[in-house]
Design a protein around this ligand. Sequence first.
Ligand code: AN0
Ligand code: CP
Length: 313
Amino acid sequence: MKNFTSVKDVKDPGGLVKKALEIKANPFTPDFARGKRAGLIFLNPSLRTRLSSQVAVQNLGAEAIVLDIGKDGWALEFQDGVKMNGSKAEHIKEAAGVIGQYFDVLGVRTFPELKDRNTDYSEQLLNAFIKYSGLPVVSLESATRHPLQSLADWMTIEEHWKKAEKPKVVITWAPHVKALPQAVPNSFVEWMREAPVDLTITHPEGYELAEEFAGGVPVEYNQMKALEGADFVYVKNWSSYEQYGQILSQDESWSFGKEQLAVTNNAKIMHCLPVRRNLVIKDEILDGPNAIHLQQAKNRVYSAQAVFAELFR
Ligand code: AN0
Ligand code: CP
């Protein structure tokens, strides 16, 4: 594995899930990557990714250094060939070029702007870090994907499912007050297509995910119908891909509560976090026995550890 930016970077995704579960059983291997360094660069906020990546790197015996480049770094120019007489102080060629001198592996978090779809879906920022740092790069959530999250999600499903038949997994849109990226649902769908599960997507019309992620996966526009018999429900808001970055609905009948849970097969309820309580998911679910969001968050350590272990080699 050269970089970790998508499920496509991984030869055997199911094997990586197994590896991460093995690491969870025995997480402390301080001699594994002693003397190695990871740089973790954040252009956007983070709680889980930031902390779990640092814990993961330390569990491997390596060191992690975090830079909130969006807050503490120089403002970065990503366009080629421009005269830099505006507000941007440093070009990505130098910034990433320098970062490349200091570390063995680089992690980058960069959200989409949700203004121009082509710019976001070209992964301009992530690709610039890959190109100019020359390092193996781990996506800490990019414009279109969040693969460390999806790997932890798959681990969590695997831990909770012991039957021979495939579980029914439903990803449902839920309302939100802000326009959020499609990265988490894109990525969850991209990984679940490789997993032994039956996947259904449900959302109001207009929230279809890009064909490259969701093409061929059944979409049911009636949330209650989609949820019938579900074993796992992944709740997440995202903004429209079609009418790019727009909020098309704030229909609170899609908020996940006990009415929704009642039609499932006593499903486990998942969310990547941060979650807005009583808007996306109701207290009655988050504080109840079906919610497994904290297990997902815990598994972020081991999913990151499995990935950094590969890239430190
Ligand atoms: C981000 C998102 O939806 O992509 C990060 C999730 C891990 N969420 C928010 O901005 C609330
Ligand atoms: N789930 C997740 O990536 O959370 P953070 O944005 O807090 O890192």
